[in-house]
Design a protein around this ligand. Structure first.
Ligand code: IMP
Length: 200
């Protein structure tokens, strides 16, 4: 199966879980293809589908895509599908995190709820779709804490782990993260499909 991403963090997580299902995942660069459709969807699910369909149509091979981001309660779900582009192209992860903290400077503790969401869409060999989502809720800190992870991890306090995602060990984050949960849902649905096909 091909993965519609070259983000190495996502690839590692996707490969680890999909290998337990006997699926060998290849990145676009490993497969020698490059497909970058415009992410015009207004939801994570729409964007995941756009990316998976574009890769399937370009290669004729089963393809999977993830679209994810951070939805902040006090900002009505922003940055949401714009998480990777928050503040414009010129910013890096630290710049986007600083901008978000600035935009939340008036929001007190107790009203800083947020969630990471991951939508996964796979187009299987026969063209049928599997679409699932996972999320993890937390609180946004007032300043970055920790240096591991990526993106908004340093400002996302996860109550289940008792620390920010950037302070958690990778295996701890992978136990509770939005992407891990979406992948669990994906695994369950994939197994169901295989069983149904075997019985037909
Ligand atoms: P995507 O590549 O369009 O799915 O963009 C996802 C963006 O959301 C990333 O660039 C990060 O800013 C943010 N994001 C998604 N998942 C995570 C995570 O696990 N930790 C921190 N930031 C994340």
């Amino acid at each position: 199966m091909l993965a519609a991403t070259n983000n190495k963090h996502k690839l590692i997580e996707l490969k680890a879980i999909l290998s337990t299902l006997g699926i060998e995942l290849k990145s676009m660069s490993e497969a020698g293809v490059r497909v970058e459709p415009e992410e015009t969807g207004t939801t994570f699910a729409e964007n995941a589908k756009i990316k998976a369909m574009a890769l399937y149509e370009a290669t004729g091979q089963a393809s999977v895509a993830d679209d994810s981001g951070l939805a902040v309660d006090a900002l009505d779900g922003a940055p949401g599908v714009y998480s990777a582009r928050y503040g414009g192209e010129g910013l890096d992860d630290a710049g986007r995190t600083a901008l978000l903290l600035k935009n939340l400077s008036d929001v007190p503790k107790g009203r800083r709820g947020a969630k990471f969401v991951s939508a996964i869409c796979a187009v299987l060999d026969d063209g049928s779709l599997i679409e699932v989502e996972g999320e993890v809720r937390g609180e946004l800190l007032f300043e970055p804490d920790g240096t591991d992870g990526f993106g908004y991890d340093p400002i996302f306090y996860c109550p289940e782990l008792g620390c920010s995602f950037a302070r958690a060990l990778p295996e701890e984050k992978n136990r509770v993260s939005h992407r891990a949960r979406a992948l669990e849902a994906f695994a369950a649905e994939y197994k169901k499909r295989i069983e149904t096909n075997d019985h037909e």
